[in-house]
Structure formats: C-alpha cells, structure tokens
Design a protein around this ligand. Structure first.
Ligand code: FES
Length: 169
C-alpha cells in the first residue's frame, strides 16, 4: 500500500493535497511524450492514491496535452478505475458461468441482503464495497469470491457471514 494511502491528509474529489498533487504530476511526467500515455498515467495515479480523484483530471490533461473531456472519457470508460476512495473492505463475487452453475446467484442475493446494497455499491456505513467479477480463475471450486484480496473457494452464505463477521460486520 502506498504511503499516500496511509496516514495522508484527506484527498477530496475536488481538491488534492500537496502529496497527492505531487503523485499525479509525477505519474504524468513519467509518461509525457509517450504514445498511449493516458492509461499508464491513470493506473499510476490509482496505484499511488488508491483511486483517481476528479481533481487529477485537469492535471493529467495539461501534462499530456489532452482535453479534460478525453481524460474524463477514459477514466469513466474503464470500470477498474475507482473514482471514489476505496472502502476499507471489498467483497468481489464471481458472477461468471461456472460459478453461476453452482450457486453464485444465491450467494449474490445473500451478499446484497447482508450489505444492503447492489453490485457497485457500498454498505450503508461505507465500510464494505460489493463488486461483481467475471471469473477469478477458480472455476473448478466455485462459487468463488475474493474478500480483501483473499480468494475463497466453495463459498456459501455461511462462509460469507464468517468473513463479514471477521471484518466486524
Ligand atoms: S467462473 Fe467463477 S472463478 Fe471462474
């Protein structure tokens, strides 16, 4: 985890503190003049800050000599880019075919009920993000989920409840 993500002053979507601003500028400078620089720059910003604040868009646009609309378009097109700070805990459920065949739909319904949100949403307290993924490379042992980066095979509602309890839910 980046030092900027731990213990740094708050970075809002509309303002960047000096450290965050420096990270954005450094990411853009590292790629300046290279073809196809925009994606690597946005990836580097997300790696440094944990997300890509809206306030980074004009800095990146200026450094790469692009319009803000171009940067915003790419940022919003790719769902892997986070446009808000990451939740403390992330639950990713596999919704691809092999997992669907062995109970992923019931697991998804349980997760949504437990967290009180849909896919792409967060629990009311903001502590848990729920994301859909389409294959975690664990098809033979589905349903598969990933909780805070840890892969769980043969997941069930009980498994999920245990993971959430461990995380304080
Ligand atoms: S289909 Fe779920 S892990 Fe591959």
């Amino acid at each position: 985890m980046s030092a900027l993500r731990t213990g740094a002053p708050a970075v809002t979507g509309l303002e960047l503190d000096a450290a965050a601003r420096g990270a954005v500028v450094a990411a853009a400078e590292a790629q300046r003049g290279r073809a196809g620089a925009l994606l690597p720059v946005l990836q580097a910003v997300q790696a440094a800050l944990g997300w890509v604040p809206a306030a980074a868009v004009p800095l990146v646009a200026e450094a790469l000599n692009l319009s803000r609309a171009e940067v915003h378009g790419v940022l919003t097109f790719y769902h892997d880019f986070r446009r808000q700070p990451p939740a403390p805990h992330t639950l990713r459920l596999c919704r691809a075919e092999a997992c669907q065949a062995v109970g992923a739909a019931a697991l998804a319904a349980h997760a949504q009920q437990r967290l009180g949100c849909g896919f792409g949403g967060r629990s009311a307290d903001g502590r848990f993000a729920l994301e859909a993924v389409y294959c975690l490379g664990n098809c033979a042992c589905g349903p598969a989920l990933e909780f805070d980066g840890r892969l769980q095979s043969l997941a069930s509602p009980l498994t999920l409840d245990a993971l959430l309890a461990e995380a304080g839910s």
